[in-house]
Write a protein that binds this ligand. Structure first.
Ligand SMILES: NC(=O)c1ccc[n+]([C@@H]2O[C@H](COP(=O)([O-])OP(=O)(O)OC[C@H]3O[C@@H](n4cnc5c(N)ncnc54)[C@H](OP(=O)(O)O)[C@@H]3O)[C@@H](O)[C@H]2O)c1
Length: 377
């Protein structure tokens, strides 16, 4: 039997897949968007090469990874009847990690997050019906807490339906949590809510650059439009993946919702910029909080431009609310249950920034080795 994992070609999902394979000896059923098995396996190799060499990857492909070429937004994921049945009868738990994080597209969030999650829940109910479902884990986000200011939010106080949200992403993810509770009333469930997931504390290499670009953009400014004492809740991806894999595999996790965040240990803008300036032997930036409004207006204006400046500005525009809300997410549950804490961002931010700049925000993917022959039949 295997864990059905969605989103394994994504940033967090690939970390979770690698952790489950290498750290827990798990078998995985993976939903991958691709035209055929060959393309799906190549896409998986791209996603997992940050975590393992080709020999290990190929061995897992032959023994513990079963690939299903499908799309969350298609009925039955677009699988044939036989494939869908095989998925149902070989799955004993689910980790739903796939999502659209496109905060600018309501259509994409509605399709992937709402219709897609409904498809995953439909599958989970079939598994439960035929042979029982051990656990349904959903990767959500702290953004479900909606618009906040100067708060420490706990897991049980996060969702308030009358509160406004920053974007369609946050609102659809909030409804995904709700659907899961309503449609799987008797199944053991775990909701994981990561905060801003940025970088791996073990090494500088990353394949995810959107948030890094926004961070590098800000790190290059001599003046920042923030309050220096505001905290920003950033968490390392290796902590997030380890928490998801460990708690999903546990017989009885203590709670049904976990913030995967830095919580009250989150660092302030001043702490982060001083550490970064010291690592680069530069002067730390000056903070002018009263420039937030003109800064935001300029970002909004520039986000309509074409080219890299426009792209950088549009990234800043979507992340800006999460940079100035001075809100952190209590992580007492996860840190006490796992007995470990996230690594402070200042300890690994400089290597991440250096790697990203030196590689022009691109990961140098290795192709499928010619000597390996074809993909697994
Ligand atoms: N990154 C963060 O800072 C952060 C923070 C809080 C919560 N989260 C949550 O963590 C989860 C993973 O985020 P991430 O950063 O790893 O995102 P990501 O890198 O964009 O990965 C998204 C994954 O979802 C898959 N997906 C999207 N649409 C799909 C579809 N129609 N059918 C099948 N698969 C589809 C993607 O497949 P393709 O490769 O085919 O596109 C990819 O594997 C999400 O649930 C997100 O809400 C992320």
């Amino acid at each position: 039997m295997a864990i059905f994992l969605t989103g394994s070609t994504g940033y967090i999902g690939a970390h979770v897949a690698a952790n489950l394979l290498e750290g827990h000896g798990a078998s995985l059923n993976l939903l991958v968007r691709a035209r055929d098995p060959g393309e799906a396996q190549s896409r998986l190799w791209r996603a997992l090469q940050l975590h393992m060499d080709f020999a290990h990857f190929y061995e897992y492909l032959q023994t513990r990874m079963r690939v299903f070429c499908g799309d969350l937004t298609l009925p039955g994921f677009g699988l044939s009847r036989d494939e869908y049945d095989r998925l149902v009868h070989t799955t004993d738990s689910v980790i739903h990690c796939a999502a659209s994080l496109n905060r600018k597209s309501e259509k994409s969030c509605l399709n992937v997050n709402l219709r897609g999650t409904l498809e995953v829940l439909t599958l989970a109910r079939q598994v439960e019906h035929y042979h029982g479902l051990r656990r349904f884990s959903e990767v959500s986000t702290v953004a479900v807490a909606g618009k906040r200011k100067n708060e420490v939010v706990t897991e049980d106080a996060a969702i308030e339906w009358d509160r406004s949200d920053y974007d369609p992403y946050a609102r659809t993810k909030k409804f995904c949590e709700h659907m899961t509770r309503v449609l799987l009333p008797d199944t053991p469930k775990t909701v994981f809510r990561p905060s801003i997931v940025l970088g791996d504390s073990r090494h500088a290499e990353t394949t995810q650059f959107d948030m890094v670009k926004a961070f590098v953009f800000l790190a290059g400014l001599p003046v920042l439009p923030f309050r220096p004492t505001d905290r920003i809740d950033i968490v390392n991806v290796d902590f997030v993946a380890d928490a998801i894999a460990t708690l999903h595999q546990k017989d009885q996790p203590k709670y049904d919702i976990y913030h995967l965040s830095s919580g009250t240990a989150s660092q302030t803008f001043r702490q982060l910029t001083i550490a970064l300036a010291a690592a680069q032997q530069k002067r730390a930036p000056v903070f002018l909080p009263f420039t937030e409004k003109p800064f935001t207006s300029s970002v909004n204006f520039l986000s309509n431009r074409r080219g890299s400046l426009g792209y950088g500005a549009s990234l800043m525009k979507v992340f800006m609310p999460y940079l100035v809300w001075n809100t952190v997410f209590d992580n007492t549950r996860v840190t006490s249950e796992l007995g470990r804490k996230p690594v402070p961002f200042s300890q690994y931010s400089f290597p991440l920034l250096k790697f990203s700049r030196e590689n022009q925000f691109q990961y140098k993917y290795q192709p499928w080795p010619a000597a390996a022959g074809g993909t697994v039949a």
